[in-house]
Design a protein around this ligand. Structure first.
Ligand SMILES: *Cc1c(COP(=O)(O)O)cnc(C)c1O
Length: 369
């Protein structure tokens, strides 16, 4: 007993992880079964079907990569980038920067197209740059968790495909909380994470690969430089063929949890869930305005699961945040990059996206201010 760890339960209203429903927790605590057990294979098939539904896609290759959201990011780059491939990344926050840095590590010729933090990207500039450099992949972040901006996706696939590129979208903080319609948007590569709007602990990264992207993958000249994330190898396990071959052990209990979380999404309804996230964010902003906090992002550009708030002048944001955590067991996130020291990132994600949680946060702030 002396070594057991019992965390105090906290209200996780930062950029993730979010809290988890009792049903997901119970699923995580089920006795594990073998990852090649027919019962588990059947569950994996169910998870793939549910993921296609939440991603809004018929893409055959849709499954959870083992690892957190960054593993999905790495998966969508490492399988498609070969040395000297041209990659165009639209950057308006931390996660665009991370995508570009990863592309660099894989030997790509990376072009960074920078836009102001807190704003969406400019499609005309993106189109111009794509015509100029003819990249193999164009990367955008659909939900920028560092700034609280939701990137509209219409017109982006046209820019990519007219220039012979694949379109990649980071959907980590949009999936399950904002509209994600991979087929309608014609996105080729997408990844997400479990610990944000899906309300499952961190550990899996749902990904989806279009038939177009699959074709490009099969034309690779060089072996994939990662063993763990090699799509060709993973497909032998997660693909639909009859024979399943061992590649790496699937994180069995995490799949139990993700299945339960996805069932909750479908039972609620995706549109209802998106609306719930919108209402919770609107409530939070309404309540904190009178405390001197101001939303960073214009209303029609907001990522509802993650609200960025500028603090009143002269407030020590880090001290306030730790007082919230210590006194009220409420966690919010600090700002990153240009927003460090002046902005909070308040997540109302998944099961946490409620009017009640918005009110709880707003009512704790005056107490610690
Ligand atoms: C959280 C996040 C990631 C990274 O996910 P991890 O689970 O932390 O590895 C990537 N992109 C965005 C937009 C995120 O919010």
């Amino acid at each position: 007993m002396t070594n057991a760890f019992f965390p105090t339960e906290k209200l996780l209203l930062g950029p993730g992880p979010s809290n988890v429903s009792p049903r997901v927790l119970a699923a995580l605590g089920m006795p594990p079964i073998g990852h090649l057990d027919p019962d588990f294979i059947e569950l994996m098939e169910k998870v793939k079907v549910l993921l296609r539904q939440v991603f809004g896609t018929q893409n055959e290759v849709t499954f959870p990569v083992s690892g957190t959201g960054s593993a999905g990011m790495e998966f969508t780059l490492v399988n498609w980038i070969e040395p000297n491939d041209k990659v165009l990344v639209a950057i308006n926050g931390v996660f665009g920067t991370r995508l570009a840095n990863l592309a660099d590590r894989l030997g790509a010729q990376t072009t960074r197209l920078e836009f102001p933090w807190g704003d969406v990207i400019d499609k005309n500039q993106l189109a111009q740059k794509a015509e100029e450099i003819k990249p193999k992949i164009i990367c955008v972040v659909n939900g920028e968790t560092s700034t609280g901006v939701y990137q509209p996706m219409d017109g982006l696939a046209k820019i990519a495909h007219e220039n012979g590129a694949l379109l990649l979208a980071d959907c980590v903080t949009s999936l399950g909380g904002m509209p994600v319609e991979l087929d309608a948007w014609d996105v080729d590569l997408a990844y997400s994470g479990t610990q944000k709007c899906l309300s499952c602990p961190p550990g899996l990264s749902p990904v989806s690969v279009s038939p177009r992207a699959l074709e490009v993958f099969h034309q690779r000249k060089n072996p994939v430089p990662s063993f763990y994330l090699d799509l060709g190898e993973i497909l032998k396990y997660v693909g639909t063929g009859q024979k399943r071959a061992y590649h790496h052990t699937a994180p069995v209990n995490m799949i139990f949890g993700l299945h339960a979380a996805l069932c909750e999404v479908m039972e609620e309804g995706i549109l209802e869930r998106i609306e719930r996230h919108r209402q919770a964010a609107a409530r939070l902003i309404e309540k904190v305005l009178s405390l001197g906090f101001e939303p960073v992002v214009e209303s029609e550009k907001r990522l509802h699961p993650l609200t960025t708030l500028r603090l009143p002048q002269g407030v020590d944001e880090a001290a306030l945040r730790s007082a919230l955590l210590n006194k009220h067991q409420v966690e919010v996130g600090g700002g990153l990059g240009p927003f460090a020291g002046s902005v909070w990132r308040c997540g109302l994600m998944g099961v946490n996206a409620t009017i009640r949680n918005a009110d709880t946060l707003a009512s704790c702030i005056p107490d610690v201010m």
